[in-house]
Design a protein around this ligand. Structure first.
Ligand code: DGL
Length: 259
């Protein structure tokens, strides 16, 4: 098979990376995709760095065994734990990770107040601390670890009363004092609508999905690996839980409107 016509591999600890897959498909609809959700091991954010690194390397190997021509690590803890190692393991492979979109939020005019929602592991990590340092002169940045939020999305709950109550308790103490929210976990764009409703239209919400998708597009183009097809590509879902329910949930999240 001509390498240009091979699929792009995308993975996450579970369903979250589908929000990044949607951004990839938006700008490169003619490419084929394989999406792997490691739901059996979700969440990654409460595991040790070594364990997340081990799982991430296995996920990449799984996608490469299926002829992926490039890999998107659509998971913040997996990116922090393993992207550097993966780049040295596979030097020629277009490989892109994700990080919280603090830069565009912090660089808005007027020294904005930015709330960063992420998993505890992302907020504790060195990568995140470095990112914070880079922009601390431009904005007031407040971290908000959100343990438990991934699990709502993993169970397909993106709009329930219990989810709303959970988010209200988490966000209410901050809503009056912030200008923007960064969704620092790929699961969170699926509850963006509820967060926007609570925060009001005044508050801008940022996530890293579109930046990651554009970076993959740049890398594939630079490597001469874009497909020559003009027809819409295919999207194939796999999940470590290997149940029909997980595949159906993946498909329905892929169809969900995230605006
Ligand atoms: N979707 C992931 C992220 O981007 C992860 C969560 C997790 O498994 O902890 O943060």
């Amino acid at each position: 098979m001509n390498v240009n016509e091979q699929p792009i591999g995308v993975f996450d600890s579970g369903m979250g990376g589908i929000s990044v897959l949607k951004e990839l498909y938006k700008i490169m609809p003619e490419e084929d995709y394989i999406y792997f959700g490691d739901s059996i091991n979700a969440p990654y954010g409460t595991k040790s760095l070594e364990e997340v690194r081990r799982l991430t390397i296995i996920n990449v190997q799984t996608l490469l065994a299926q002829n992926a021509k490039g890999i998107v690590v659509a998971c913040n803890p997996a990116t922090a734990a393993a992207v550097r190692i993966l780049r040295s393991m596979y030097p020629g492979l277009p490989l892109v990770g994700i990080e919280p979109a603090i830069k565009p939020a912090a660089l808005q005019p007027g020294h904005p107040r930015v709330l960063v929602m992420a998993t505890p592991m992302t907020i504790k990590g060195r990568k995140y601390k470095n990112l914070m340092k880079q922009y601390e002169m431009d904005a007031d940045i407040i971290d908000l670890p959100c343990p438990g939020l991934v699990e709502f999305v993993e169970s397909g709950n993106t709009d329930g009363d219990d989810l709303r109550a959970f988010l209200e308790e988490l966000l209410t103490p901050y809503l009056r004092e912030i200008d923007s929210i960064v969704l620092g976990c790929t699961h969170y764009p699926f509850v963006r609508g509820v967060i926007q409703q609570m925060a009001g239209e005044r508050v801008r919400i940022f996530d890293g999905g579109s930046g990651t998708a554009r970076e993959m597009q740049r890398r594939l183009t630079a490597a001469g690996l874009r497909t020559t097809s003009k027809a819409p590509g295919s999207v194939h879902f796999e999940n470590s839980l290997a149940t029909q329910e997980e595949i159906e949930l993946s498909r329905s999240l892929f169809q969900k409107n995230l605006a």
